[in-house]
Design a protein around this ligand. Structure first.
Ligand code: ADP
Length: 159
């Protein structure tokens, strides 16, 4: 059974992330989308909220699980019996960082392979940081995030 981990901040999950996840779900037996709990970085949304919003956004994907983890991604992958790490590539600007990360991971855990996926062109430019920037400045993010995230942000803006 091929198990893949899709790790990230997902702060919040976007339609770009979902597109990558859909492709991964079609390629592997099981995909675990895992929110990295970075204790040094205070995120926009709490990790539990990000997990809840992902769960609500992926109801139609049967072979996808949602989780969060602390520490090194490769340790988490080993713990879950996963041999694949999914990462997304948007532009050349992602490439250098992603390449370094995958090489570091492969040096630490040669049994875990990184697979890079891209989205449909219409989702290619979307990042969580762009979503946060638009939201904070009262812009419309409805085209870029799944419905549960849009509803959550809507409620947040009324608080
Ligand atoms: P970001 O805040 O940049 O969206 P994440 O850590 O949440 O970052 O992203 C997890 C992974 O998903 C990363 O490999 C990132 O490059 C990838 N990703 C995010 N958005 C997209 C997108 N629109 N197209 C392709 N890959 C993406």
């Amino acid at each position: 059974m091929k198990i893949a981990i899709y790790p990230g901040s997902f702060d919040p999950i976007t339609k770009g992330h979902l597109d990558i996840l859909n492709t991964a779900a079609g390629l592997f037996d099981k995909v675990i989308i895992a929110v990295a709990n970075n204790s040094e970085k205070h995120g926009f949304l709490p990790v539990e909220t990000r997990v809840k919003l992902i769960r609500e956004s992926i109801k139609d994907l049967d072979n996808v699980e949602v989780d969060s983890f602390d520490g090194l991604t490769i340790n988490y992958a080993h713990q879950k019996g996963a041999s694949i790490l999914i990462r997304g590539l948007r532009a050349v600007s992602d490439f250098e960082y992603e390449m370094q990360l995958s090489q570091a991971n492969s040096a630490l855990a040669p049994d875990v392979k990184t697979v890079f996926l891209t989205t449909k062109p219409k989702y290619n430019f979307i990042s969580s940081s762009t979503i946060r920037e638009i939201f904070i400045n009262n812009g419309d993010v409805s085209k870029f995030v799944p419905e549960p995230v849009f509803e959550y942000l809507n409620k947040l803006s009324k608080c």
